[in-house]
Design a protein. Structure first.
Length: 116
């Protein structure tokens, strides 16, 4: 069983920055990949960023490349999403996700609103 709790969302002006955090419960956190997804109003949930186990590799959606950075602190069982140069189209609920075999685990999400 894995519990994920996101934090750090809020209201920011276009061009600003936010850092999201996702605290994970459970053991062997460092052994598993972690992802951030987002879901904008009226749109499907989309993958934003992924970090592999032990932070070996990262991948990003084209829409956020060069602006967002995913990282992890395995000592704190926490994954981060640093978001810079935010745009109104980044407005969404951001979710932390991981999986164990066929089981998917999701947090409740944190709302990011970017005003123009």
């Amino acid at each position: 069983q894995v519990q994920l709790v996101e934090s750090g969302g809020g209201l920011v002006q276009a061009g600003g920055s936010l850092r999201l955090s996702c605290a994970a419960s459970g053991s062997s956190f460092s052994s598993y990949a972690m992802t951030w997804y987002r879901q904008a109003p009226g749109k499907q949930r989309e993958l934003v960023a992924l970090i592999t186990s032990y932070g070996g590799n990262t991948n990003y959606a084209d829409s956020v490349k060069g602006r967002f950075t995913i990282s992890r602190d395995d000592a704190k069982n926490t994954v981060y999403l640093q978001m810079n140069s935010l745009k109104p189209e980044d407005t969404a609920v951001y979710y932390c996700n991981t999986w164990r075999g066929s089981l998917q685990y999701w947090g409740k999400g944190t709302l990011v609103t970017v005003s123009s």
